[in-house]
Design a protein around this ligand. Structure first.
Ligand code: M6R
Length: 616
């Protein structure tokens, strides 16, 4: 959580920092601030505000700040409530050093006590200020890099930070342990940020800092040092992301834009991995493919929406291969002492590639010798770099906190990977013949246009949302492949509307949740005709109807049986059950979006959330 940005160069740093923070605001929006060395580098100037970046922007209008160097921060509170005092940047006790930080310093309390005993005073409740004061404590002779190195030796936890000092007026020092930092290279100017999206307006040449590395950044050069102080040689990489993808492009919200990008996202995934009617992944080398053929079990490990993608993956694996598969949320996997070894494949699914629990799960799996594969959106992210193999979803930047296009991209990649594995692994199910595989692949190629068609349901979704947006409780039901989508639909709704929503396997309804159903209860039922439990699902819908529930159904186009039972139907084109979640997810996303808009919710930045969860 939290977004960090830093600039040193020939421009006025303030607009650069504010532009960067605008692009990082999805990482946290409890408070924001910047610190600059005012032109001439005489003193550190700090402006910070509680609340969104817009408040900082307003505040900045009252100050004429011009600086060639500065750092900025947008916060998701961990230690200390959201307030101006706890907002970053923090100054050290000498007021010569400013720091912005992302992550958690686990031993901050004992360090704070130690520093207080030395007579150092604190102005905030944050762990960040402890790091700042420790650096200030070591700064004595005016060598920022050295002071940072000494301080880091005492800091426990997972974090990244960036500091500037008044006495070294063109230098930024950055350190990374687990949480991401990327350096942007310019001409006579350099940048640093939590995420490349903040750098895209200025440069595409970037260097990803590795764990335990320090960077000393001046306008003329970037020097990277290992933990032992050795100068590290690192070549830059060029980022291909399109800057316009990180803007709203005429849509009122990023979420709606990202929902509408889905046909193109899925199309480009299929174009990159399906050639001459065969599936291939450039990023999986021969050695890895050899190991894939030997695996005995597949584990999908992920969080939130990505976990739901993993659950769908389970069903896919189950249909195509005689291999056990299991989906687990990362925060459970990492602590359950997972019994995995070199015959297990652990697939980490993550949009950001920085989710703390997923990263920890990856490290746990690797330590146990498992083969690890990352399905990741953000290129160069930590999970992508640390896993044995990576398949990028290439959905482009996803800015809305509610994940939409990343989810469809994950489902598409997992479906392709399952078919690919079924093609190379000795345990392909007998009934899943090569012919069937081919026809499934052909079917996949129709998905982009089918998603587009599904988007035409928006008007019906809006009509339905208008009748239900005042409701406080929603029940989502699905079976088989679409049970994970019941969870996903409910997650989307609760995270952006704050209504309570519950996803449940429809077959379990009569074991409890049916007690909720009366004539005021909306029940969203996912019931594609291709499902092998279609008829069972129809019976479940009948049971809700008998109790006069408000039935909204996601059904296959032309399904009259479902229409008769429902108050409202959202139709999706026909496809195999295996791919049906890729279509049924779309009306669920649109429904959550429109209910949120009708409730005047902050769709792209819902309360208490952040896009990437880089703390445990
Ligand atoms: O970046 P990741 O895919 O690892 O993030 C996982 C979850 O934090 C994320 O999917 C979250 O649940 C979304 N806000 C859901 O819309």
């Amino acid at each position: 959580m939290c977004g960090i940005v830093g600039y040193t160069g020939h421009r006025n740093a303030v607009p650069v920092l504010m532009e960067g923070l605008g692009r990082l605001e999805y990482r946290g929006y409890d408070s924001a601030g910047i610190a600059c060395l005012n032109h001439g580098g005489k003193h550190l100037f700090v402006v910070k505000e509680k609340g969104k970046l817009s408040r900082l922007r307003e505040e900045l209008k009252r100050h004429a700040v011009s600086a060639k160097i500065g750092i900025g921060h947008t916060r998701w509170a961990t230690h200390g409530e959201p307030s101006r005092f706890n907002a970053h940047p923090h100054l050290d006790f000498t007021h010569r050093i400013a720091i912005v930080h992302n992550g958690i310093i686990e031993n901050y309390a004992s360090l704070k006590e130690k520093l207080i005993r030395k007579g150092i005073r604190f102005a905030s409740q944050t762990d960040t200020e402890v790091a700042g004061n420790l650096i200030g404590h070591f700064y004595g002779k005016g060598n920022l890099l050295e002071a940072v190195r000494k301080a880091v030796k005492e800091l426990r936890g997972y974090f990244a930070f960036v500091v500037i000092a008044q006495d070294e007026p063109d230098k930024i020092v950055a350190f990374k342990r687990s949480n991401p930092l990327v350096i942007g290279l310019g001409k006579g100017e350099n940048f640093v940020a939590s995420d490349v999206t903040a750098l895209l307006p200025y440069t595409r040449r970037v260097i990803y800092l590795e764990d335990e590395e320090y960077a000393e950044i001046t306008p003329a050069q970037v020097r990277i040092f290992s933990s032992s102080g050795k100068l590290v040689k690192r070549t830059s990489v060029t980022v291909r992301w399109d800057v316009s993808k990180a803007q709203k492009g005429g849509y009122p919200h990023f979420m709606l834009k990202e929902i509408n990008e889905q046909p193109a996202v899925v199309k480009s995934i299929l174009a990159s991995h399906v050639k001459n009617k065969r599936i291939h992944f450039d990023t999986l080398d021969r050695k890895l493919t050899k190991r894939l053929k030997q695996i005995r079990k597949v584990h999908f490990v992920s969080c939130g929406t990505a976990y739901h993608a993993g659950l769908v993956g389970n069903y896919m694996m189950g249909e195509c291969l005689d291999l056990p598969a299991e989906a687990t949320v990362s925060s459970e996997f990492r602590y359950e002492d997972p019994s995995v070894d070199k015959r297990d494949l652990v697939v980490l699914v993550t949009q950001s590639g920085e989710t703390a629990d997923t990263l920890a799960a990856l490290r746990e799996a690797k330590a146990k010798g498992a083969l690890t594969l990352a399905i990741v959106n953000v290129v160069g992210s930590t999970v992508a770099r640390e896993a044995d193999g990576v398949i990028y979803t290439h959905a482009g930047p996803e800015i809305g906190v509610a994940s939409t296009k990343a989810y469809l991209a994950q489902l598409t990649v997992i479906a392709l990977f399952t078919l690919y594995l079924a093609g190379i692994h000795p345990c392909r199910k007998k009934q899943f013949s090569l012919l069937k595989m081919k026809s499934r692949l052909q079917e996949m190629l129709r998905l982009p246009s089918q998603i587009k068609e599904t988007l035409h349901q928006e008007a019906a979704v809006v009509r339905c949302a208008k009748t239900l947006y005042g409701k406080k409780n929603f029940l989502y039901l699905g079976r088989g492949y679409n049970f994970p989508n019941a969870l996903e639909g409910a997650l989307k709704l609760k995270e952006i509307t704050y209504a309570h929503a519950h996803g449940y396997p429809a077959g379990e309804m009569k074991h409890g949740p049916i007690a909720l159903v009366d004539n005021r209860q909306p029940v969203i039922c996912i019931c594609p005709e291709s499902s092998k439990t279609y008829e069972k699902m129809l019976s479940n819908i009948e049971e809700i109807k008998a109790r006069r529930g408000i039935i909204i159904t996601l059904a296959t186009q032309g399904d009259k049986q479902v229409a008769k039972l429902s108050n409202q139907v959202f139709s999706v084109p026909n496809t195999s059950e295996m791919f049906s979640p890729i279509l049924t997810a779309v009306p669920l996303q649109l429904f959550a979006y429109h209910v949120a808009v009708l409730n005047n919710r902050d769709v792209d930045q819902p309360r208490n959330l952040a896009k990437s969860v880089t703390v445990e």
